[in-house]
Design a protein around this ligand. Structure first.
Ligand code: ZN
Length: 240
């Protein structure tokens, strides 16, 4: 079932992009990862990327053979322009526009422009992102119609035929755990619990049943709710 194409995974070291990386390694012959340094407040996020990749290489030999280079792109200029609670010391709250203050305007769009420039150079026709419109989010750049428009613009503007895959798009956070189990069984579930990082506050000192985090920020709440839902349903499996 392996697709002979190569894929570039937008990889932050969080739960969602870790599942996306596993999904891509299960499916594509060759997979590279790209991360973005846009002035995140927490270097812990960037450290989690290396740890997740290392744990996948150590625990999944068949994936290790497919996992190629990691690329880190510097986007601090963008972070300075599009300040939000993730890059500056602002409270995490709802803004007057009805968007959470954690929303970084244009962030996913900018990521895909950079990722596409890299994918073009690396000869990778597929880009994989962990965007999801099912649970909360409220992020307009996580919606599939936004990404369809983005892919159309990139392909027109770069004379390319990129495909943007978003395997988590229709899944709830509980179902994301189901997919993880379907991809890599309990070892992958444990890898995500131990190594992936989601907490907005960068907390790696408090270990909960669902992984590390402060337990109170919106990202922790979403992750906790997803885990609890999955456990309550008896840890079902979604086969990729
Ligand atoms: Zn948190």
């Amino acid at each position: 079932m392996t697709d002979t194409a190569g894929a570039l995974v937008l990889f932050s070291g969080g739960q969602d992009s870790t599942v996306c990386l596993a999904w891509a390694l299960d499916r594509y012959r060759h997979v590279e990862t790209v991360g973005f340094d846009y002035g995140q407040r927490h270097a812990v996020e960037l450290k989690a990327r290396a740890q997740v990749r290392a744990a996948m290489v150590a625990g999944f030999p068949e994936w290790a053979a497919r996992l190629g280079e990691d690329h880190m792109l510097e986007m601090r200029g963008f972070g300075a322009v599009a300040q939000s609670a993730l890059t500056a010391d602002r409270a995490i709250e709802m803004t007057a526009r009805g968007l959470p203050s954690t929303f970084v305007p244009g962030r996913n769009l900018a990521f895909f422009v950079y990722a596409a420039a890299l994918a073009d150079r690396r000869g990778l026709p597929v880009m994989v992102g962990g965007m999801c419109e099912t649970d909360f989010s409220g992020y307009p750049d996580c919606r599939r119609d936004t990404l369809d428009a983005m892919a159309a613009a990139l392909n027109l503007g770069m004379a390319q035929a990129f495909v943007i895959e978003t395997p988590l798009m229709p899944l709830t956070k509980a179902q994301t755990w189901s997919l993880a189990k379907g991809l890599g069984g309990e070892p992958l579930v444990n890898l995500i619990l131990e190594e992936s990082h989601t907490c907005y506050l960068g907390d790696r000192t408090h270990r909960h049943p669902w992984g590390y985090g402060c337990g109170n920020c919106p990202a922790c709440e979403l992750r906790a709710r997803g885990w609890e839902g999955w456990v309550a349903e008896g840890r079902p499996v979604i086969r990729p």
